[in-house]
Design a protein around this ligand. Structure first.
Ligand code: LLP
Length: 415
């Protein structure tokens, strides 16, 4: 479904006019479509139905409790990367046996928390981490199940900051060291070898790199399966890309499935997936109000109340997000959409044909559901935005706007 569409010249989120939400909750405002979340989850589940994967939604993309609860109700498990994310998913009612824990720097506290909650497995990023999981599990009298993350050294052809499966990235083990790592870990106390993990990067628009990665680990997985009876799972990570630009096409789960299925069929293992962006990315927009339209000799700057602290992707990755006027206009002007933050990198769109809007008009920055609010900050002492979930013709405030008091919460004077 298209979650955000125009009806009689007004932008709607499902059945609710965005301008009414902006009036009611103020701006900058994140607006999400609950049915889009559900549909994207189902699209992946149905494309991959042959192997009945455990879909572990990647919490880092958008960790609001309402998002987590919506997906948990659809049957989703969760891919987490911190004790904080574990806390969030448990609070949202997740089944811990559907939780997998990734990340290169898990602390003892985080490992023990996850062990006590009996998560499904750790995707283990290094030999020292396996030793640490073993120590923690032994101390607690529990078993640490692990799937080593392998770095298959394939190029996912995405932004270098979000490529994770090339040999120069910090993630995973080099393939030719991995068998030794499994042997070492299998001999550790309180460790069970659960499977193997791959995650080669994010915003990948072609299925080919996923196939290339599986081709590289297939024989290796078959050997591990033969060697360790507890080796039952392949976790193929996330990374399916979405259409940020009109000339892009989201990676269709069916196309993805057609590429990976031959490998998965041959492996005969349980399959875990960790999609984030492709579920939540196009389920969200960031709504801003134009404060000023400023002309310089060189450019027109549309200054909005939304800024890089609300959505850092354009500043950090030169990411493209479409910008729509909430009240439709055909008129376009060349310029930049910028925020009030004191940085030249504070833009939501640069050198673009933007809707010709004026002070007080509303703009929607599209495809902001993933890594939007989740990466927001209080930089320049800006209270963080509110978040609203729309379901049909109903809207729910799922996080209130921060107040000035929230900004100083937790600070104390020198005594
Ligand atoms: N699994 C693991 C182990 C991951 O590290 C990630 C994302 C995912 C799954 C989910 O990937 P997705 O399906 O969302 O592509 N902040 C960046 C993206 C960073 C992705 C980090 N890891 C951005 O805004 O583009």
């Amino acid at each position: 479904m298209q979650a955000f569409t125009y009806r009689s010249g007004q932008l709607f989120a499902e059945g609710v006019a965005v301008k009414d939400l902006a009036r009611r909750y103020g701006t900058p405002l994140y607006v999400y479509s609950r049915n889009h979340l559900r549909e994207r989850y189902e699209a992946i589940a149905s494309a991959m139905a042959e192997v009945k994967p455990l879909i572990c939604y990647s919490v880092k993309a958008n960790s609001n409790a309402a998002v987590l609860k919506t997906l948990a109700a659809a049957g989703s498990g969760f891919d987490i990367v911190s004790g904080g994310e574990l806390f969030r998913v448990l609070r949202a009612g997740a089944d811990a046996s559907k939780v997998v824990f990734a990340g290169v720097g898990k602390t003892r506290e985080e490992i023990e928390y996850a062990l006590k909650e009996r998560i499904r497995f750790f995707t283990c990023e290094s030999e020292p981490e396996a030793r640490r999981i073993s120590e923690c599990a032994k101390r607690l009298g529990l078993t640490g199940r692990i799937a080593f993350r392998v770095n298959p050294d394939v190029d996912p052809k995405t932004h270098k900051y979000i490529s994770t499966g090339k040999k120069e990235n910090k993630f995973g083990l080099d393939l030719d060291r991995t068998m030794q790592a499994y042997e070492m870990a299998a001999a550790l106390p309180n460790i069970e070898i659960a499977g193997l993990h791959l995650h080669i990067g994010s915003q990948i628009l072609s299925a080919d790199p996923f196939g290339a990665a599986l081709a590289k680990v297939k024989d290796f997985c078959l050997a591990l399966k033969a060697k360790y009876p507890s080796f039952t799972t392949i976790d193929i990570g996330g990374g399916l890309g979405i259409d940020y630009k009109p000339d892009q096409q989201s990676l269709d789960p069916k196309v993805f499935a057609a590429t990976v299925m031959p490998f998965l069929r041959e492996l005969g293992l349980n399959v875990v997936m960790e999609p984030g962006r492709c579920i939540v990315g196009n389920a969200g927009i960031l709504v801003c109000t134009v404060q000023y339209v400023k002309e310089s000799y060189f450019k027109k700057f549309i200054v909005s109340d939304g800024a890089m602290n609300d959505l850092i992707r354009p500043a950090l990755y030169q990411a493209h997000h479409e910008v729509w006027a909430v009240s439709a206009t055909d008129k376009r002007v060349p310029g930049d959409l910028v925020g009030p933050i004191c940085e030249s990198g504070d833009f939501l769109a640069a050198d673009r044909d933007l809707p010709d809007v004026g002070e007080g008009d509303l703009l929607a920055v599209l495809s902001a559901g993933a890594y939007g609010y989740a990466m927001s900050s209080n930089y320049n002492s800006r209270p963080r935005a509110a978040e609203v979930m729309v379901d049909g013709d109903k809207a729910f405030e799922i996080r209130r706007r921060e107040t000035l008091e929230d900004l100083v919460r937790g600070e104390s004077d020198i005594r």
